[in-house]
Design a protein around this ligand. Structure first.
Ligand code: VGL
Ligand code: ZN
Length: 227
């Protein structure tokens, strides 16, 4: 991808959970999840503002099947509704395939901002804007929610990528739209846990006013996010 254009400063790239644990070899591997990494690295050359979310669970997290002696991928009723019972993943305490580290090939810069989510033992958080109770926002160390931090930084438009589109990246896009941000999801910079989940989530995002396109289409139409 050429670097002939740069998004205006009201636009940010938001990379959702591109972590080893969601890539092949990881505990909650998404098929071909690692193939988004070069796409994210190329995309970021066009943005002055880059944000990341990181799934960041404590041991015995409510979303872990092992916490409840439940069958992985079953559903369990918890205080805020149905919760999928996931294999242990994105653990703060680990650095293997169950750990929370970002993929090692990703390019970060000092000005990038990272919001950690799923840190509350009793509430899962797919979206980087709101936990699964749909009340509590994950927060930066300064106390800001992602929405507050983006507004303080002058951002009104998000280009969203990451893993998985049918869960965390998609729910982040939907909450961004609810928070009145303009949203562009870059399809080939995402992968999904299931094909059906992917199609359903794309339909929801488009219904809610989001744009879903390929990185090639964005490259051909940079005026979408340039002055
Ligand atoms: C995710 C399930 C559980 C994701 C995180 O990042 O899509 N999915 N935790
Ligand atoms: Zn998780």
């Amino acid at each position: 991808m050429s670097t002939t254009w740069t998004a205006t400063d009201n636009v940010a790239l938001l990379n959702v959970d591109p972590q080893d644990t969601f890539c092949p070899g990881g505990a909650l591997a998404v098929t071909d999840g690692d193939q988004i990494i070069p796409v994210l690295n190329s995309l970021r050359e066009h943005f002055n503002k880059v944000y990341w979310s990181q799934d960041f669970h404590p041991d015995n997290h409510i979303s872990f099947a092992s916490t409840h002696g439940a069958e992985p991928f079953s559903l369990k009723k918890v205080a805020y509704g149905d919760q999928v019972m996931w294999p242990e993943h994105a653990k703060q305490s680990a650095s293997d395939g169950t750990g929370a580290q970002f993929h090692k090939d990703l390019v970060f810069k000092a000005s990038d901002k990272i919001i950690q989510k799923g840190t509350n033992k009793d509430i899962d958080s797919y979206s980087a804007f709101l936990e699964n109770d749909k009340k509590t926002p994950p927060r930066f160390d300064n106390g800001n929610s992602l929405a507050a931090e983006l507004r303080a930084d002058g951002v009104d438009t998000l280009v969203i990528t990451g893993l998985a589109l049918d869960y965390c990246a998609g729910d982040t896009a939907l909450d961004a739209l609810s928070e009145k941000f303009n949203v562009i999801v870059v399809e080939d910079a995402t992968r999904s846990i299931t094909p059906e989940g992917r199609l359903a989530k794309i339909a929801q995002i488009v219904d809610a006013g989001g744009i879903v396109l390929t990185s090639a289409a964005l490259q051909k139409n940079p005026q979408l996010i340039c002055a």
